[in-house]
Design a protein around this ligand. Structure first.
Ligand SMILES: *[C@@H]1O[C@H](CO)[C@@H](O)[C@H](O)[C@H]1NC(C)=O
Ligand SMILES: *[C@@H]1O[C@H](CO)[C@@H](O)[C@H](O)[C@H]1NC(C)=O
Ligand SMILES: *[C@@H]1O[C@H](CO)[C@@H](O)[C@H](O)[C@H]1NC(C)=O
Length: 420
């Protein structure tokens, strides 16, 4: 059941993307991201955004966003405020809204030192009692959402800036083994979700990236008292600053350090804050270039599956509240106007999506061959149809099919698609 739902949701997202390409000026971030061969362009969203109609008009547009991360409601303090008493009311509202709109969910987060309920921070734990508490938390939360989450951020922010382990309650009681332990519990609770390690400043701080690489290896080769651990991905939060963002090539090189270990990567909380407010026109151009570098680096790395922004409008950005003096970090203004950065990202995606030929083949059904290896693409007058499993890498299992047909028009292909 879970798998089938997954497939249908993805298929719907694909069709949304295809239809968008058919409308002049109607291409959004997600539609173009899929056309460029990626799985999604997403955003954080929370229940406090539900009554904002201008916000909802944009977030419910599948051409714009295909993946959502609950910004706060799946964190430990919300889902298990008192030991062994679980509450999913808030996160379920986000999950149901997203699912009913044919969009996907990235789930966030399980083992993290911050936004913890009082009982985790005040109890005097032993190795046995904390292992039991982690087991109960991860198992209950993940089983509740089993089949709904494309990915889970299993462990979040375990590192200091120098790459050493943060002295969290988990580390102090269990040592580094709390990390593979969490991934082992997660693998058992939901075999279908991609399991991610997620952290910030991996893009900018080599020593911290070194630490994260060691974490991947620790999960891949865990100590003997941990069995069944699995890691599928590393999330780069990408809370960046205008004018201090690495180049596209530097960012891609950092991503490749991780994909070399056999994991996929994604930008999971992207925003690029101005450090001087209000931003000038020149600052906004710089911000656009930094967004293009970041999105471009994902396009450059095959195993980079997608990008999530940490809210798309400055109206709901966490930045000014957490870092006074910084802000205007999102792709849309507080008034939901598209910024230069939005237009620049769309321009980049449009040129990528239209830039190379699709590989059309296979008109069959069942497990006929995936087509268009780079996603939904086409050039010239080529027309083709087929099973497009490859348009959503790794996301489809055999029984789900999307049938697509597309034809080229100039550089940018037009496309129509439908679910079989
Ligand atoms: C897409 O464009 C084609 C060619 O212009 C048109 O025949 C078709 O009806 C359009 N489909 C949608 C969904 O707009
Ligand atoms: C696994 O064994 C190591 C070494 O004895 C220990 O330090 C660690 O806390 C153990 N981890 C768990 C989760 O029991
Ligand atoms: C599909 O692709 C696979 C692997 O590339 C190949 O072995 C197989 O013959 C192809 N099947 C069809 C029906 O073209």
């Amino acid at each position: 059941m879970a798998r089938i739902l997954h497939g249908l949701i993805l298929a719907a997202g694909f069709v949304g993307g295809a239809a968008a390409q058919n409308q002049t000026g109607g291409q959004g971030l997600h539609a173009l991201m899929v056309a460029a061969g990626k799985l999604y362009f997403g955003t954080a969203m929370e229940t406090n955004n539900f009554n904002d109609m201008a916000y909802q008009a944009i977030s419910s547009n599948r051409n714009e966003f295909g993946m959502f991360t609950p910004e706060n409601s799946q964190k430990w303090e919300v889902t298990e405020p008192t030991q062994n008493q679980f509450s999913f009311t808030q996160a379920d509202q986000v999950a149901m809204k997203v699912k009913s709109n044919g969009q996907l969910l990235r789930c966030h987060t399980l083992t993290w030192h911050s936004q913890l309920p009082g009982f985790v921070t005040t109890t005097t734990w032993t190795r046995a009692t904390l292992t039991a508490a982690l087991t109960a938390h991860i198992t209950n939360v993940m089983k509740h959402y089993a089949g709904f989450c494309y990915a889970w951020d299993v462990v979040n922010e375990a590192l200091n800036e120098d790459g050493s382990f943060r002295q969290s309650v988990f580390f102090k009681t269990l040592g580094p083994s709390y990390i593979p332990l969490s991934f082992s519990l997660a693998a058992a609770a939901d075999p279908t979700a991609k399991l991610y390690y997620n952290d910030f400043n991996l893009e900018t701080t080599a020593a911290k990236a070194d630490g994260a690489l060691k974490i991947v290896q620790l999960i891949q080769s865990p100590p003997q008292n941990i069995t069944g651990a699995r890691i599928d991905g590393v999330g780069f939060q990408a809370h960046l600053n205008v004018g201090q963002t690495p180049t596209r090539a530097q960012l891609a090189a950092t991503l490749r350090r991780f994909t070399a270990l056999g994991v996929e990567v994604a930008y999971t909380e992207l925003d690029i804050a101005h450090t001087k407010l209000p931003a000038s026109e020149a600052d906004n151009q710089k911000q656009a270039a930094d967004y293009v570098a970041t999105v471009g680096s994902c396009l450059d790395v095959k195993e980079c599956v997608g990008i999530t922004v940490w809210q798309f409008s400055d109206k709901y950005s966490w930045v000014p509240g957490t870092f006074p003096g910084k802000g205007e970090a999102c792709l849309y203004t507080e008034g939901f106007e598209k910024k230069v950065a939005y237009e620049a990202v769309v321009g980049l995606l449009r040129s990528t999506a239209g830039g190379s030929a699709g590989v059309g083949a296979g008109t069959g059904t069942g497990r006929g061959n995936a087509t268009a290896t780079g996603g939904l693409r086409g050039t010239g007058t080529a027309s083709t149809s087929g099973v497009t499993e490859a348009a959503v890498p790794g996301a489809f299992s055999g029984a789900q099919r999307v049938r697509g047909a597309w034809m080229g028009l100039g550089v940018l292909p037009l496309a129509v698609g439908w679910v079989m």
